[in-house]
Design a protein around this ligand. Structure first.
Ligand SMILES: Nc1ncnc2c1ncn2[C@@H]1O[C@H](COP(=O)(O)OP(=O)(O)OP(=O)(O)O)[C@@H](O)[C@H]1O
Ligand SMILES: [Mg+2]
Length: 844
C-alpha cells in the first residue's frame, strides 16, 4: 500500500481504530499537517521519547505516515526474522537494527507521550485505550486486570511500585507492556536464566524484541547490542546488572530507560525463601538512576518490584533493601487462587512401594490417555529409545537397589531422612543433592537474543473469553471437571529423588523426565521445551524448575516430600492452572515424621529463620480443620477470615471428629509444671543434668526438658510397666497434643533460640497454669491433627492414658516430697549426687 495516498480522514480512522478519541486524532492530524517539514529526532535524551505525531516540537509532516509504514515494515521484518533463537543459532539471526527496534515499538510512535507522562485522569483514559489496543493485538488479551492497571498508572506517574499479586496473575505484563508504550528500553532483573529464556521466547512471539544477559558470558556481543538500545526489553540477572551500571547510564542517556522491573523481588530478603545475596545490591539502581544524579533525567527511572510470595516482613525488606522511594505505591491483590484444589496426603515418599501406590492414579490417567492396555512393559521397551533421544531416563537402567524398601524400619528411615538419604552434610553433599538459588547459570548459555517473529501466528490467537479468565475474586468462572488431564509437575526435595521418580515413571510407561540443576544443560533445555510443547506428561523437578515457569495447562502439582517453606510451596503450586481452569495441588508427606531442614549454607540467624519457615509448612501439613487456601493466603498477610475455598480436602471432606483431650492435656501439663516447680524451688541452680537430662545414659535427651524426657518420666512410672507398649504409638499423639497446647498458649518454648520445627524445651505458661487444672474434667475438645489421625488409623489408640503417672505427677505428692527433702537440705542440694537426690529419678 502506498502510504502517501492516505488521506487525513483515513489516518484519523486508523487512530480511532487504535483506541484514540476521535477529537484527539483529528487534532493530532491537524497538528501534524501544520508542522514544518524539517525536524531532528524527536528524542529528548534521558526522557521518554515524545511521540512524533503529538509532540509540540518541530516534526516532519510525514511522521504520522511513517508510523503506518512502520506497521507494515514490522510485519515484513517479522517474517524475515523467523523463529526465536538461542546459543548455537545466534549466528543465523540477523541483528535487529536500531531502525527495526524502533519499528517493533510502533505503537509508541504515535502515543501521546506528554499525556502519558502527566498521568492525569483525562490522559489515563487515553493510555488505557492505547493499552487495550496493544493487549488485543499483541498479546491476545481482552483487558487489563485491575492490579495491572494500577501498577501501570503508577509507572505513568513516574513512581516506584511494589506489586504483590498471586502466582499466575499476570505480573509480567505490568512491565512488558511498558516497552510498547514508549521507545525507551525496559530492563528486567530476573533470578533464573530459564525464566528469562521462557519470557524472551514468549515476547518474541508477541513481536517484541528482547534479550537476556547472564553471568559468565564470554561472548559479549549481545550485551553490547543491548547497551546500544537494540532490544525493547533486556532481561538481566542481578549479578550482571550491578556490573553494567555505567553502560546502563549511557543507555539511559542515548535511548532512555523506561523502567527497571525487579521480578521475583522476594529474593532480596534474607527472610524470604529464595534469598539471593546479589538482589541485596540492587539498591544501586535507585541510587544511580535518579534525576538528582543524572542531569539528563527529568524524573527518576521508575522501579517496579514484583513478587507473589512476600510475607509482611519480606515486603518491608524489599522496600528497604531496594531503597525504593518514600512514595512507593504498593499494589496488592488477593493471593487466593480459586481454581487450585489443595490437599495433603500421607506417604512414606522415599520408597518404591510408595511410588506405586501414590502415583497409581497418575499412571492410570496417562495410560488411559495413551490407550495403552495390557502389558505396560512392552510400551516401556518401545518408548525407551525415544526417551533416550530426548535425554529422558531409560527405564531399563532402573535397579532394585535404587530403592530402599524398608518400610518396616522406622529408625532406619528416620536416620536416612535426617541426613537426607544417609549422606553427611558435607560440601559435596550440598552440591550433589540439593538445588539452591546461589547461581543463575542453569542454562548452557548466559546470553540469548530474541527477535520479534512473524505476527501471522498471533493473528490466529484467540482472545480468551471472559469465561475463561478468573476474576480477582475467582469463584464464578470455575467449571467442574472430573479429572485433571494435562501436564504434571512433581516436586521433590533432592536431585537424587528427581531422577529416581522419573526413572520409575518412565518404567511404567509414562513420558516423564527429571529436571535438576546437576543434569546436562542440553537435557534441561530439551525437557523445558518438550514440556512446553506438551510432549512430556510429567516433569519430576527440584526447585530449579519452580519460580515463574508459565505453562498454561499444568493440571497437577504434586509435592513429594516436605517443601522447605510455605512460600516455596505456594510458589511451586502456583505453576498449576494458569489458564484459570481447575487444577490439583497435592502435598504427599510422611505425616508420622517431623521434617528436617535440607542442608544448605546458612548463618545462625538464617538457620533460625529456616526452621521457622519449615515449622509453618509442617503446621500446614498437620492441619485437619482449616481451609488450606485460607492458611496459605493468611500466611501472606491477607485477611480471609470469613471465607473458605470450598475445594480443598478440608473444605470438601470436612474436619475430623473432635476428641476430648482434657485428661491427657492435664496430665502432660502437670508433669511439665511439677518439673519446673521443682527446678524453681531448688535454692541452688542445679544443672539440668541433675534432673536426668543430658547425661551419658540418656544422650537421646537434649540438656533441656523436652517432650521425650517428660514421656520417659511417664513411662518410668507407668504401672503396670508393660502398659507402655500401648503408650509408645501415642508419641505422635503427644506431639500433636503439645502442638495443640502450644497453639492454645498453655505451654511455650523455653528458649526461642533453640526453636526447631516442633516445640523442644517445654515450659508452662501462666495461662496454662490458670486454665489446666488437674482436677478439672470439663471436656477440652480439639481436632486431632494429621499425625494423631494417622495413629488412630493404624489402630494405635490415641486416647486413654490419663492414669499414667498420676502417682508421681500429682502436685500434692510433689509438694510433700519437696517438703521431705527440705528437712534434709544438705544431702538434697549437693551437686554430683543427682541420681540419688533427684526426685524424677527415685522410684517411689
Ligand atoms: N489481563 C490478563 N488477562 C488474561 N490473561 C492474562 C492477563 N495478564 C496476564 N495474563 C496471562 O497470565 C499468565 C500468567 O502470567 P505471568 O507469567 O505474568 O504470571 P505471574 O504473575 O508473573 O506469575 P508468577 O508469580 O508465577 O511468576 C500468562 O500466560 C499471561 O498471558
Ligand atoms: Mg512471574
Amino acid at each position: 500500500m502506498d502510504e502517501s495516498a492516505l488521506s487525513s480522514d483515513q489516518v484519523v480512522m486508523k487512530l480511532v481504530e487504535m483506541g484514540f478519541e476521535k477529537l484527539d486524532a483529528l487534532e493530532a492530524v491537524k497538528a501534524a499537517s501544520s508542522l514544518c517539514s524539517t525536524s531532528t529526532t524527536n528524542k529528548t535524551l534521558g526522557k521518554r521519547a515524545l511521540p512524533s505525531s503529538f509532540s509540540s516540537g518541530s516534526k516532519r509532516q510525514s511522521s504520522l505516515l511513517d508510523h503506518f509504514r512502520s506497521v507494515d515494515r514490522n510485519k515484513k521484518v517479522g517474517n524475515t526474522f523467523g523463529t526465536a533463537v538461542v546459543d548455537s543459532e545466534l549466528d543465523k539471526v540477523s541483528d535487529p537494527s536500531e531502525e527495526q527496534r524502533k519499528s517493533f515499538a510502533f505503537e509508541s510512535t504515535s502515543f501521546p507521550e506528554t499525556q502519558l507522562l502527566n498521568g492525569c485522569s483525562e490522559a489515563s483514559s487515553t493510555w488505557e485505550k492505547r493499552v487495550s489496543y496493544i493487549l488485543r493485538n499483541r498479546f491476545g488479551i481482552s483487558s487489563l486486570r485491575s492490579f495491572q492497571r494500577e501498577a501501570l498508572s503508577t509507572w505513568v506517574a513516574h513512581k516506584d511500585c511494589l506489586v504483590l499479586a498471586a502466582t499466575g496473575s499476570g505480573k509480567s505484563l505490568c512491565f512488558q507492556i511498558t516497552a510498547l508504550l514508549t521507545e525507551n528500553v525496559v530492563v528486567v532483573i530476573s533470578p533464573l536464566i530459564s525464566l528469562m529464556h521462557d519470557q524472551c521466547l514468549k515476547l518474541s512471539r508477541h513481536i517484541i524484541s528482547a534479550c537476556f544477559l547472564g553471568s559468565g558470558q564470554l561472548d559479549n556481543r549481545i550485551e553490547q547490542k543491548a547497551m546500544q538500545g537494540l532490544y525493547q526489553i533486556i532481561y538481566v540477572c542481578p549479578e550482571t546488572v550491578v556490573r553494567l551500571i555505567k553502560p546502563l547510564q549511557k543507555l539511559a542517556k542515548s535511548h532512555g530507560i523506561a523502567l527497571f522491573a525487579i521480578d521475583e523481588a522476594h529474593c532480596v530478603s534474607k527472610w524470604g525463601h529464595d534469598f539471593r545475596p546479589h538482589y541485596m545490591r540492587l539498591s544501586v539502581l535507585r541510587e544511580n538512576f535518579c534525576a538528582s544524579n543524572l542531569e539528563f533525567l527529568e524524573y527518576d527511572v521508575p522501579i517496579m518490584a514484583l513478587t507473589a510470595t512476600a510475607t509482611g516482613h519480606v515486603q518491608e525488606d524489599i522496600l528497604e533493601s531496594l531503597h525504593l522511594s518514600k512514595e512507593t505505591k504498593t499494589v496488592l491483590t488477593s493471593f487466593f487462587r480459586p481454581n487450585l484444589q489443595f490437599s495433603v496426603k500421607h506417604s512414606r515418599t522415599k520408597f518404591a512401594s510408595s511410588y506405586a501406590k501414590d502415583f497409581q492414579n497418575l499412571i492410570e490417567l496417562y495410560s488411559e490417555k495413551r490407550k495403552v492396555t495390557g502389558k505396560k512393559l512392552a510400551a516401556i521397551s518401545h518408548e525407551s529409545e525415544e526417551q533416550t533421544v530426548f535425554g529422558y531416563l531409560d527405564a531399563e537402567t532402573i535397579h532394585e537397589t535404587d530403592y530402599d524398601d524398608d518400610e518396616d524400619d522406622p529408625e532406619n528411615s528416620l536416620a536416612k531422612k535426617n541426613s537426607s538419604n544417609g549422606k553427611e552434610m558435607s560440601e559435596e553433599y550440598l552440591e550433589d543433592e540439593t538445588d539452591t538459588f546461589q547461581s543463575v547459570d542453569d542454562w548452557d548459555v548466559a546470553c540469548g537474543e530474541f527477535c520479534a517473529v512473524s505476527p501471522c501466528g498471533i493473528l490466529d490467537m484467540s482472545v480468551p473469553s471472559e469465561k475463561q479468565i478468573p476474576d480477582e475474586s475467582g469463584h464464578k468462572y470455575i467449571r467442574q471437571k472430573k479429572d485433571f488431564e494435562g501436564p504434571t509437575i512433581i516436586y521433590v526435595p533432592t536431585r537424587k529423588e528427581s531422577v529416581n521418580i522419573a526413572k520409575y515413571l518412565c518404567g511404567v510407561g509414562l513420558k516423564a523426565a527429571a529436571y535438576n540443576a546437576s543434569l546436562p544443560k542440553k537435557h534441561l533445555r530439551q525437557v523445558h521445551q518438550d514440556f512446553h510443547d506438551n510432549k512430556l506428561q510429567v516433569v519430576v523437578a527440584t526447585i530449579a524448575f519452580g519460580m515463574g515457569i508459565d505453562k498454561k495447562n499444568v493440571r497437577k502439582i504434586i509435592h513429594y516430600g516436605w517443601p522447605q517453606s510455605l512460600e516455596a510451596y505456594y510458589q511451586e503450586a502456583g505453576r498449576a492452572g494458569r489458564d484459570g481452569e481447575l487444577a490439583e495441588c497435592v502435598l504427599y508427606v510422611d505425616l508420622s515424621r517431623v521434617p528436617t531442614l535440607l542442608p544448605s549454607r546458612r548463618s545462625k540467624e538464617q538457620t533460625e529463620q529456616a526452621y521457622k519457615m519449615l515449622s509453618d509448612c509442617f503446621r500446614y501439613g498437620m492441619n485437619t480443620s482449616q481451609c488450606r487456601a485460607k492458611i496459605l493466603v493468611e500466611y501472606f498477610g491477607e485477611d480471609f477470615s470469613s471465607k473458605k475455598c470450598n475445594s480443598c480436602d478440608v473444605c470438601t471432606e470436612g474436619p475430623p471428629e473432635q476428641v476430648n483431650v482434657r485428661e491427657e492435656a492435664n496430665l502432660l501439663f502437670q508433669v511439665i509444671t511439677a518439673f519446673h516447680l521443682h527446678v524453681d524451688n531448688s535454692s541452688e541452680h542445679a544443672s539440668y543434668e541433675d534432673y536426668g537430662l543430658g547425661n551419658s545414659k540418656q544422650k537421646k535427651f537434649s540438656n533441656k526438658p523436652n517432650l521425650l524426657f517428660f514421656i520417659s518420666k511417664i513411662r518410668e512410672h507407668c504401672s503396670p510397666k508393660n502398659s507402655w507398649k500401648q503408650i509408645v504409638p501415642k508419641i505422635d499423639g503427644n506431639k500433636g497434643l503439645t502442638r495443640i497446647m502450644e497453639a492454645k498458649g498453655y505451654i511455650k518454648e523455653m528458649d526461642n533460640k533453640d526453636r526447631r520445627v516442633e516445640i523442644k524445651s517445654i515450659q508452662p505458661t501462666e495461662k496454662g497454669k490458670k486454665e489446666l487444672d488437674f482436677k478439672d474434667d470439663k471436656p477440652l475438645y480439639v481436632y486431632p491433627e494429621a499425625d494423631m489421625l494417622l495413629s488412630l488409623k493404624q489402630h494405635k489408640t490415641y486416647s486413654g492414658f490419663s492414669d499414667w503417672g498420676k502417682r508421681w505427677a500429682d502436685l500434692e505428692i510433689r509438694r510433700m516430697r519437696l517438703e521431705r527433702r527440705e528437712r534434709k537440705p544438705q544431702k538434697v542440694r549437693s551437686r554430683g549426687s543427682s541420681s540419688k537426690l533427684h526426685p524424677w529419678k527415685s522410684k517411689e
